[in-house]
Write a protein that binds this ligand. Structure first.
Ligand code: NAD
Length: 249
């Protein structure tokens, strides 16, 4: 029960890493608020673990963020997981594509942190600490990948945002870190594979860039997520933690 007594909000909790994180945190004793834009995918999360309450939230809707912040108790943990992969080089990218990626991958996290930080500061004052975890990627300022201009740019911004928040609030008990995964087998990855001209080859190519010879599972991510949201990581802040199967060795 590494998260006993903690209240944690997770975005994009309907599927993939966010969903696995919601279940892992609840299994470690947290009271979890699981949010997603898709009401259908979060609908049965509460049945899987009664410590999970679900909320429909589009993280690109500023008012919806403020409304949820007004409704929820002060948080001990916030995991900003929502993000989107645009495929293409800079020559394939419209202004609208870029704005969409910036808005979903970065601006939403700025708004989420701004809305929930006052409550987290109150919790940190009462308990000694509160933890923000932002979803970045190994594809960011850490490493470049082909056809990931908007993605790599926005995830690099997530790492910058993370360091800035960590720096501003380190003396107030707030920690802020980012998770930088390798390639994780999730519904959206399956969608990217299916959308390729040759899906069989595309899957082989995704695996080939992982030196450990396989895609990550969502459960390769959850131990790091629980760690960063728990007090076990109490001396860790402003870090871009890689869980990438050795890609950046
Ligand atoms: P996914 O892409 O399969 O699912 C994304 C979830 O986000 C869905 O449940 C969707 O409904 C929700 N969502 C989409 N738009 C939203 C919005 N505006 N507001 C709220 N929720 C919204 O999940 P995933 O592949 O686990 O990706 C989750 C995060 O992990 C993303 O930020 C992604 O960039 C990051 N990531 C994924 C991988 C990977 O290989 N899968 C690698 C590195 C980082």
């Amino acid at each position: 029960m590494r998260l006993e007594g903690k209240t944690i909000l997770i975005t994009a909790a309907g599927q993939g890493i966010g969903r696995a994180a919601a279940l892992a945190c609840a299994n470690e004793g947290a009271i979890v608020h699981a949010a997603d834009i898709n009401a259908e995918t979060i609908a049965n999360l509460g049945a899987e673990n009664p410590s999970i309450t679900t909320h429909v939230l589009d993280v690109t809707n500023p008012q919806a963020i403020l409304d949820l912040a007004a409704k929820l108790p002060d948080l001990d943990g916030l995991f900003n997981c929502a993000g989107f992969v645009h495929h293409g080089t800079i020559l394939d990218l419209s202004d609208e594509d870029f704005e969409f990626s910036m808005n979903l991958n970065v601006t939403s996290m700025v708004r989420m942190c701004r809305a929930f930080l006052p409550g987290m500061l109150r919790r940190a004052e009462a308990t000694g600490s509160a933890s923000i975890l932002n979803m970045a990627s190994m594809c960011s300022n850490i490493k470049g990948f082909p056809f990931r201009l908007a993605y790599g740019t926005t995830k690099a911004a997530v790492n910058g945002l993370t360091k800035s928040i960590a720096s501003d609030f380190v003396s107030k008990g707030i920690r802020c870190n980012s998770l930088n995964p390798g390639t994780v087998d999730t519904p959206s990855l399956r969608g990217r594979i299916a959308a390729a001209a040759d899906p069989v080859q595309a899957e082989k190519d995704f695996i080939a860039r992982q030196p450990m010879g396989r895609l990550a599972t969502v459960d390769d991510m959850t131990p790091m997520i629980v760690y960063l949201l728990s007090d076990e990581s109490r001396f860790v802040s402003g870090q871009a933690l890689l869980v990438d199967g050795g890609v950046t060795i």
